[in-house]
Design a protein around this ligand. Structure first.
Ligand SMILES: [Mg+2]
Length: 443
C-alpha cells in the first residue's frame, strides 16, 4: 500500500504559519520578481485567480476583494518542507520525496488501520509545523495520488465526494461499487500523468471520467496514445507498475536524487554528487525551455542504519534571477551543500530539486545589469545560452558527462549576494533559517 502525503497550498500555508492574519483570507504567492501567482489559497482560487496568472491581471482584486500578495520565500518553504518530510518519514519504512510538498510512503508490511495512521500523521505534521496536509492511500502510486485528490477535494468542496473521505482517504477500505462511483465523479484530467493535452484528446474520444478510462482496452490505448497511458490504466486497476523513485516528473519542480551505493562521509563526495545532480537537472530544465528561481539541495543519513547518528539537511538557495545556466545552478547547489554539511555522518542519499520554474527568457531585459553579481560567470547572455547549447549537444553526441561543470566553481558563501537584487518587495522574513529574522513574541 502506498500513501501520498501532500501539503495543502504549500507556499500559502507556510506563510500562514507565521502570519495568522492571513488565515481565511485570499492569498497568493508571487514568483521571483513578483511576476506571476505561483500559489493560491482556496479563497484566492474561489476569486478566480488562475495558476501562473500574471500579477498585473489580478492586482485590482487587492482593492475590490481584499486579495493579499506576498513574494515567494523559498528559503522558508524549503526549510518547512524538510521538517514536514522528516515527520512523515516516521510513519513508514520507505519514503520518496516527490516534490517540495509531496512524498510517497510505502506501507508494505505495515499493519493496523491505515486511516488512523494517516490521521495521526496529519495531526503530527499540523502540530509540529502548522502545515495542513491531505493523505491518500492506494494499492499503486497512481491510486494513492488519486485518493489524495479525493481527500483534498472532499475537504475543500463539501458534496463533491463522501464527507468521510475528507483529509484522509484510503481506497483500500472502499467496495468496488463505492470506488466506481468515485471514478465516475472524477475527470480524466485529474489523474496523475494525464495532462491537459491528453485529457482533451481522451475527451474527444468520449473518455471523460476516470471510470470511462479504466474501462478502456489497454492495447488500444497503447496504440492510440502511449505506453505511459496504458501503465496509468493498469495502475488505476490496481496493478502496480511504478515503484518508489519511479515516477513521471512533477510539473513545477525538477528533481534528481539517488541513494549512494556506499555511505558518503566526506564533503567532497557530497559536492561531487550534488554537482552531478544539479547538472542533470539543469539539462532537463533546458530541454523544457525553462528557468529555475531557486535550488533545493538535500542529503540524509539512512534511518535503517540504526547505530548511525542521524542527520538530514535540506537547504534552498534563491537565485538572483531565474536561470537555466548549469554553472549558476551547480554553483548554488555546491554552496548549499557546503553550508549544510556536517562531519561525522554516513550520508546515504542526496538530491537536487529545481523549484520556482518558469519559461526561459522571461527576464532577458535585465540580464546585463546583474552580470557582475554572478561570480565566475561573466559571459554575455547570448554567449551563455550558446555555451549551454554546445554543452548539451556535445553530451548528446558523445555521451552523458563528456563535458561537465567543474565543481571547483568559486561561489560566494553568502546567500545575500545571490538574493539581494531579486525584486521581492513583499517577502516575509526567513523565520526558521536566519537568527536575525526569527519571529518575536511579546509576553
Ligand atoms: Mg500541495
Amino acid at each position: 500500500m502506498f500513501a501520498l502525503v501532500d501539503a495543502n497550498n504549500m507556499y500559502v500555508s507556510c506563510e500562514r504559519v507565521f502570519a495568522p492574519r492571513l488565515a481565511g483570507r485570499p492569498v497568493v504567492v508571487l514568483s521571483s520578481n513578483d511576476g506571476a501567482c505561483i500559489a493560491r489559497s482556496n479563497e484566492a482560487k474561489d476569486l478566480g485567480v488562475k495558476m501562473a496568472q500574471p500579477w498585473f491581471q489580478v492586482r485590482h482584486l487587492e482593492r475590490s476583494a481584499g486579495l493579499i500578495a506576498v513574494s515567494a520565500n523559498f528559503e522558508l518553504y524549503g526549510d518547512m518542507s524538510s521538517r514536514m518530510m522528516a515527520i512523515e518519514a516516521r510513519f513508514a519504512p520507505r519514503q520518496e520525496i516527490y516534490s517540495i510538498d509531496e512524498s510517497f510512503l510505502d506501507f508494505a508490511g505495515v499493519r493496523g488501520d491505515l486511516v488512523a495512521i494517516g490521521r495521526a500523521m496529519r495531526a503530527d505534521v499540523l502540530r509540529e509545523t502548522g502545515l495542513p496536509t491531505s493523505v491518500g492511500f492506494g494499492l499503486t502510486k497512481t491510486l494513492a495520488k488519486l485518493a489524495n485528490h479525493v481527500a483534498k477535494t472532499a475537504d475543500r468542496k463539501p458534496g463533491t465526494y463522501p464527507a468521510d473521505l475528507a483529509q484522509v482517504c484510503n481506497f483500500g477500505t472502499l467496495s468496488n461499487n463505492e470506488l466506481e462511483q468515485i471514478f465516475a465523479a472524477t475527470e480524466v484530467g485529474d489523474i496523475w500523468g494525464v495532462g491537459q493535452r491528453i485529457g482533451a484528446r481522451l475527451g474527444d474520444a468520449g473518455v471523460r471520467t476516470v471510470l470511462d478510462l479504466v474501462r478502456c482496452d489497454t492495447a488500444t490505448l497503447r496504440k492510440q496514445f502511449s505506453v505511459v497511458l496504458e501503465k496509468t490504466v493498469l495502475e488505476l486497476r490496481g496493478t502496480s507498475c511504478m515503484d518508489l523513485d519511479d515516477a513521471p516528473a512533477a510539473r513545477h519542480q525538477i528533481l534528481v536524487s539517488r541513494s549512494f551505493g556506499k555511505a558518503v562521509t566526506e564533503l567532497s563526495g557530497i559536492v561531487e554528487a550534488v554537482s552531478e545532480f544539479a547538472a542533470r537537472a539543469a539539462e532537463r530544465l533546458r530541454q523544457q525551455d525553462g528557468a529555475a528561481g531557486a535550488v533545493n539541495v538535500f542529503f540524509t543519513t539512512s534511518a535503517f542504519r540504526q547505530n548511525d547518528q542521524q542527520h538530514s539537511a535540506s537547504v534552498t538557495v534563491p537565485l538572483i534571477r531565474p536561470t537555466a545556466d548549469s554553472r549558476l545552478l551547480v554553483g548554488a547547489a555546491v554552496q548549499a551543500a557546503t553550508g549544510a554539511y556536517r562531519t561525522g555522518f554516513n550520508y546515504a542519499k542526496a538530491g537536487v530539486m529545481l523549484v520556482d520554474l518558469q519559461p526561459a527568457g522571461q527576464h532577458q531585459g535585465e540580464l546585463d545589469l546583474f552580470a557582475d553579481a554572478e561570480e565566475g560567470v561573466k559571459a554575455r547572455p547570448r554567449d551563455r545560452a550558446a555555451l549551454m547549447q554546445a554543452m548539451d549537444s556535445l553530451n548528446r553526441r558523445f555521451g552523458r558527462d563528456s563535458v561537465r561543470i567543474g565543481s571547483a566553481l568559486q561561489v560566494s558563501n553568502s546567500n545575500e549576494v545571490r538574493s539581494w537584487s531579486t525584486r521581492q518587495e513583499r517577502r516575509s522574513p526567513r523565520y526558521t533559517t536566519r537568527w536575525d529574522e526569527m519571529p518575536r513574541v511579546r509576553a
